[in-house]
Design a protein around this ligand. Structure first.
Ligand SMILES: [Zn+2]
Length: 1001
């Protein structure tokens, strides 16, 4: 039993003050800037204060001996030195043992700098606003759990040392955030993520916390996050060592917990290293028995309450999947990933750390490690390769339970700056953690397989029944570059709908190689999906890829939303040129829906969800137009025509035959050094770099834009300017008063990637009667560069100068002839300048309409003369065409073909979807059919209007069946039959029982 003494304990704030005021400590900020300090003269004698120093070693035995008792921050194996934090005593001992020691003055100085808030900082660790404090982290994760009760639980798993020790600070709970959709029962694969077991490693707790928030916020939005939380679990212990972390937030380089009763009386160095305290191989290499050392292992295995809580909890969520002997491997089917986040060194480490022997699952651990390192660009290696350690949590998780366990050493310092954290460290590690979550089901198998990437659908939302094309890229090459992981050609890609491949009942359908054959390590694949058998709503498509070694990779997912075609709303209309009413093939968008209008008549029609929309249409050479907001209601059709104004050229030049009226400040000139087309371009500094402090322009002639709107400039440029943060700029400017005043329209700095085209909207130039443009290069004193090249300038606009309004010449097309009872569709084909007034007379004495593309259902058969009358501001015109309404034809059914739609390889007990196609397509309806499935169910007889006819059936036993469908209509002299042979397989074996203990579940 440990003895707890409250007398020796120090209140947290006293301790922190005491640590910063240790005798001999110097606050650099209090020194005069010119005063020589340790930076200038490394101490030759024993320092009075801790220092960060480089210690040279000559072989692995020496390294192992040093890491046993020193607080090692970095190891450079090639050059044979390590960087460590040395106490005065350690420094002296090393010196007496003959080690070469060089103090790192910069790092040492940081040891004694208390963290201070930035000028406007109100939260986070002082000086590091991107990292939340212990209290802020706990509060945010607890409220995340409260706000996402369907997927999140905030579970107390234990206590910190201060919390269980009388007297002193109150300490903290150890709390774990569990994320999974609780409505889908388990057992599920588990990813355990822990951070901040070492107090000073700032980035780690924040990465874990942000990852939790990312998952919670993306649930139901990101398809991969959604399936991961539906079918897997993540347990996140964001702060494993809260007592120590609280010290470190002040600016101390605190590593251990705050356990003060194990024999070290120095409040600056007591505490147990929780990552040397676990019960697996406790007390061996790389851990110290001296309670003042930073790698102090504790008085016994798992002596600390934090270690006990961690081990008890992790052992409760993972089954023990590995035998008791060192060389017993976990089976290939073992589940679970375990990652402990540390700083620093840009490493991905896997067991063993206690021994240079390979772990029994070493090859598999290495494969996943190389995969994880692909994302965060760390160096993947066995943990012992850094230096030997015993009692670490990842060796424990793998050693005791067989879980695939990793340490990430993140970043290049303990107190990582917020800029690199935000821009590279968090984003890249988030991707690595997402992969680790995906791999939790089969960590020893899936990482050898290819990733499935770039999932896309021809349309992400369609009316149920509309087929879609699913595409993906299979990639077997995504391992840390140069790591040596073997790569194979892609062998197969498959998808399943709403169930991942491993779930009972999942139907796996193949995807085809886009180039015809799977034979390289990166392959595009696609599949056409029928959707008529799926209920309306949101569906998840899972894609998995396999390589030639037989390994399937982790899945990726995409959402497909199906609308109910019986209740969805419709938007339809024409897309036409605003100059002459010419039909346009345009991309038409309404919210998440899109379609392309018919080039013959400009007609578009989309089934959409009820709601409010703005419809926009985009066609090359025309200004994109967006409609006002319109409301689409279930089962209703909304009509929206869109007229696109053509762009026309106002000015253009390729500057091949002179300046085209542009005036140039020296040294701007036309050069043949570089050009976009074909051989000449403007340059601000021909034949060299631009000079310091110049301000030179290339200015257009005056331009009369009084009749133009939506003015747009296109030009090609290539530029190389001084890089930020000291700027030289290239400006595009416009004037509306002939050049007296200028407004900036665009600015460029840095360098372009070769020639690039720019397209700049210049709304300020609408109706400008005396406009000018200029390109201006401005440099400061400093670095100079090659400068700016300009070519192929094109100024365009819309407006009355782009076309002359013309009177209408009415015309129209129709679907005629149609059978009685069928709606006849009319399409305006008038030439002339919109807008028009439309008046349709359908010629039967009844029907009239006043829109551009009406539909009409005649009540009699016969030939009718339809009249379209058109009026615009310049005149009127009318056009007449006959239309024919035929009697319903007595057409008999001549042929029936029956197809198996889904799945391709059905098994007993599974729904099988089928389709019957009748020929000819205009065979009279309704018709009657008899369907005999060929099993022992009774044939059914029904009447239908539909062709094709779709239906589903469940065969309850495996075997071979012949399905027979017989149909006839009123004009058939005898029924017509179609048959289909079916192979129904045995259902797959259920997945093996998974042992999971009852604790915490
Ligand atoms: Zn660490």
């Amino acid at each position: 039993m440990r003895q707890h003494s409250s007398i020796r304990r120090v209140k947290a704030f006293n301790l922190i003050l005491a640590l910063f005021l240790l005798p001999g400590m110097v606050f650099p900020s209090l020194k005069a800037p010119d005063e020589p300090g340790p930076r200038d003269s490394p101490p030759r004698q024993q320092p009075l204060q801790p220092v960060v120093a480089r210690v040279e070693f000559s072989n692995p035995v020496e390294l192992a001996a040093l890491t046993q008792w020193l607080d090692v921050w970095e190891v450079n194996h090639e050059q044979g030195y390590l960087i460590a934090l040395l106490s005065p005593v350690q420094y002296q001992e090393l010196q007496q043992s003959g080690y070469a020691i060089t103090v790192d003055a910069g790092k040492t100085e940081l040891l004694f700098r208390p963290n201070q808030n930035l000028p406007d900082q109100t939260s986070g660790i002082p000086g590091f606003p991107c990292y939340r404090t212990v209290e802020e982290t706990y509060a945010d994760l607890a409220s995340l759990a409260a706000n996402h009760a369907n997927i999140a639980r905030w579970v107390k798993i234990g206590s910190s040392w201060d919390q269980v020790t009388p007297g002193g600070p109150p300490g903290y709970d150890l709390d774990t955030l569990v994320l999974t959709n609780t409505h889908i029962p388990g057992p599920k694969p588990i990813f355990f993520l822990m951070a901040a077991i070492h107090a000073r490693e700032y980035v780690t707790a924040e990465i874990a916390t942000r990852f939790a928030e990312y998952l919670a916020n993306q649930y139901n939005h990101d398809p991969d996050v959604t399936w991961l939380l539906d079918h897997s679990e993540i347990h996140i212990l964001a702060i494993t060592n809260p007592d120590g972390r609280k010290f470190a937030e002040t600016g101390l380089y605190w590593r251990k917990n705050t356990d003060s009763d194990d024999g070290c009386s120095d409040p600056g160095t007591w505490g147990t290293d929780l990552n040397r305290n676990s019960s697996f191989k406790w007390g061996g290499a790389g851990a110290s028995a001296n309670p003042c050392d930073e790698t102090y292992r504790g008085p016994e295995a798992a002596s600390e309450p934090e270690t006990q809580a961690l081990q008890t909890y992790v052992a409760s969520i993972f089954p023990d999947q590995r035998g008791p002997n060192e060389n017993d491997p976990a089976p290939d089917t073992a589940m679970g990933t375990f990652i402990t986040l540390h700083s620093y060194g840009d490493l991905v480490l896997w067991p063993w750390g206690w021994s240079s022997a390979l772990a029994p699952n070493s090859t598999q651990l290495q494969t996943l490690g190389r995969k994880l390192a692909y994302f965060n660009q760390h160096t993947p290696e066995q943990a012992v390769g850094l230096y030997p350690t015993t009692g670490s949590s990842d060796d424990w998780a793998y050693g005791e339970l067989g879980v695939a366990a990793y340490t990430f050493e993140i970043g290049n310092t303990f107190f990582q700056d917020c800029t690199s954290f935000e821009n590279t460290i968090y984003p890249s590690n988030r991707e690595a953690l997402l992969y680790a979550f995906k791999a939790a089901r089969r960590p020893y198998q899936d990482p050898a397989g290819p990733d499935s990437l770039q999932l896309a659908l021809s349309s992400a939302t369609v009316a149920a029944g509309t087929p879609v094309t699913l595409s993906a890229v299979a990639d077997d090459t995504r391992y840390r570059a140069g790591s040596g992981e073997p790569v194979q050609a892609i062998a197969a890609v498959r998808y399943s709908i709403d169930q991942p491949s491993w779930e009972t009942g999942a139907v796996l359908e193949p995807m085809q190689a886009t180039d015809g054959a799977f034979d390289t390590p990166i392959e595009a694949a696609q599949a056409r999906l029928e959707t008529f058998f799926l209920p309306p709503g949101k569906h998840t498509l899972f894609v998995e890829s396999q390589d030639a070694s037989g390994a399937w990779g982790v899945p990726s997912a995409i959402f497909l939303t199906l609308l109910n075609p019986d209740t969805s709303a419709t938007i339809e209309g024409l897309v036409r040129s605003a100059s002459d009413n010419a039909p346009l093939s345009a991309q038409v968008f309404a919210g998440q829906f899109s379609t392309i209008s018919d080039p013959e008549n400009g007609y578009y029609s989309m089934q959409i969800l009820s709601g409010t929309y703005q419809v926009s249409a985009a066609a090359s050479g025309y200004l994109t137009v967006t409609s006002s907001t319109l409301t689409a209601t279930e089962k209703q059709t909304v009509h929206q025509d869109i007229y696109l104004a053509p762009y026309c050229e106002i000015f253009s030049s390729d500057f091949e035959s002179g300046s085209a009226g542009w005036s140039a400040d020296s040294p701007w000139a036309i050069t043949s050094e570089a050009a976009h087309s074909p051989s000449h371009a403007w340059s601000d500094s021909p034949n060299g770099n631009y000079s310091d402090n110049i301000d030179v322009s290339l200015t257009s002639p005056p331009l009369d834009l009084s009749t133009y709107e939506d003015v747009q400039l296109r030009f090609w440029q290539q530029y190389s300017l001084e890089e930020p943060p000291i700027y030289d700029f290239a400006y595009l400017e416009t004037s509306t008063d002939g050049g007296s005043h200028w407004e900036m329209a665009a600015a460029y700095s840095g360098s372009s990637a070769g020639w690039v085209q720019q397209r700049i909207d210049l709304p300020a130039l609408t109706h400008a009667g005396n406009a000018r443009l200029r390109f201006r290069l401005k440099s400061d004193a400093g670095i100079n560069a090659d400068g700016w090249y300009l070519d192929d300038v094109l100024l365009e606009g819309t407006g009355s100068s782009c076309f002359e309004a013309i009177p209408p010449a009415a015309d129209f097309t129709t679907d005629s002839p149609v059978q009685m009872g069928q709606a006849l569709h009319f399409y305006d084909q008038t030439t002339g300048t919109p807008p028009f007034d439309y008046a349709w007379d359908f010629g039967d004495g009844i029907g009239r309409a006043w829109d551009s593309s009406p539909q009409y259902t005649y009540t009699h058969t016969g030939t009718f003369t339809v009249t379209l009358s058109i009026t615009n501001t310049l005149g009127s015109s009318s056009s007449q065409h006959p239309v024919v309404i035929e009697p319903q034809q007595p057409i008999s059914i001549t042929q029936i073909s029956v197809d198996q739609v889904y799945p391709a390889s059905p098994y007993a007990g599974q729904s099988l979807f089928l389709r019957a196609d009748l020929s000819p397509d205009n065979a009279s309806k309704p018709y009657t059919y008899t369907l005999d499935y060929g099993d022992n169910t009774l044939p059914i007889t029904l009447t239908s209007l539909y062709d094709p006819l779709t239906f589903s059936h469940v065969y309850t036993a495996s075997g071979t069946y012949t399905l027979n469908l017989t149909a006839w209509n009123a004009f058939n002299t005898q029924p017509v039959s179609g048959t289909l042979g079916l192979q129904i397989n045995e259902p797959p074996a259920p997945p093996p029982e998974i042992y999971l203990p009852f604790v915490y579940r």
